[in-house]
Design a protein around this ligand. Structure first.
Ligand code: SF4
Ligand code: SF4
Length: 295
């Protein structure tokens, strides 16, 4: 099932069709074409679980596929930014670069962004476009903050005699690109199965909050980064996706809610609190929200 309702800024739920036909408020919360674009983006006519849906938690995907969930147009506007970037690139491939083609196998389907001579003279390069936050970029680039002693000591106050510290940015951390790497590697496999070899893979990430102080504090001082993605074995990728597809199918066949998503899939609960479209129907998500309300 797809999203069937919009959540208005005052919290009221309204069927998407009703919103698009006539807003019951005095004025719409955004332009009608913007709402139509959002409605289109949340209602994709794809029945099989996609690569991105299988990377998400099985419970989340199960709920999104079976329940009539609601989305807030204000909160998913960012998805339109991503779509605009994709459309812009699709129009500039000049017939020599493949783009936005959905490929399918017996497990799933996925739509790669760009394939061809996209970076240098080498053919067969797979590229994926992301519009993301400085926080996610900081993690993806392996940047982290560390406190180091300045060599000075507090001379007065409650911390008198204690060492002074300052925070510095280090660039040698673990690159948190697991979800991007798994996604791109599946696209690679789909392309290879279709007879298109993939020699290298890259993410081109546009920073959504580039130029803001918060981005600079995270060490993100460019609006765009090219991030290489390394090969993961076909065997591992196949096992991972087959297992998740099987769990999803079993849940759908038995009409039984799958187990709570893993900590990584839940973004350490952040997703359950604010971003998961299935949270309204998930006991775990509802419990977390009650705890937050109780303060
Ligand atoms: S236009 Fe905005 S306020 Fe009006 S019904 Fe739609 S979501 Fe609600
Ligand atoms: S609310 Fe959390 S646990 Fe529940 S489906 Fe969503 S991500 Fe998974």
């Amino acid at each position: 099932m797809s999203a069937t309702q919009f959540i208005c800024p005052d919290g009221q739920h309204i069927p998407i069709l009703q919103c698009l036909t006539a807003c019951p408020k005095q004025t719409r919360c955004m332009f009608l074409p913007t709402l139509r674009a959002i409605a289109k983006s949340v209602n994709r006519p794809i029945t099989e679980p996609t690569v991105t849906e299988l990377i998400a938690g099985v419970r989340e995907t199960y709920l999104k596929k079976t329940m009539p969930y609601a989305v807030s147009p204000q909160r998913i506007l960012y998805a339109l930014q991503g779509q605009a970037v994709h459309t812009m690139h699709e129009r500039c491939t000049q017939g020599e670069i493949l783009s936005e083609i959905r490929l399918k196998d017996q497990i799933t389907s996925g739509q790669f962004d760009l394939y061809g001579k996209i970076l240098d003279t080498e053919e067969c390069v797979l590229g994926d476009l992301k519009v993301t936050s400085s926080y996610k970029l900081m993690k993806a680039l392996g940047i982290y903050k560390q406190k180091i002693p300045t060599g000075e000591i507090y001379k007065t106050g409650s911390r008198k005699g204690q060492l002074k510290y300052k925070t510095i940015l280090c660039h040698d951390g673990v690159r948190h690109v697991w979800d991007w790497a798994v996604q791109l590697n599946y696209y690679r496999m789909l392309l290879e199965q279709a007879g298109f070899p993939v020699h290298r893979m890259y993410i081109q990430a546009l920073c959504r909050d580039s130029g803001l102080r918060i981005a600079a504090e995270r060490g993100i001082d460019q609006p765009l980064y090219i991030i290489p993605i390394y090969k993961i074995s076909n065997r591992w990728i196949n096992r991972y996706f087959s297992r998740k597809a099987a769990l999803l199918q079993q849940a759908k066949d038995a009409n039984i809610l799958p187990p709570v998503c893993s900590s990584r899939e839940r973004w350490q609960n952040q997703k359950c609190l604010d971003y998961c479209d299935g949270r309204e129907f998930c006991s775990y998500g509802r419990k977390l929200q009650q705890f937050r309300k109780a303060g």
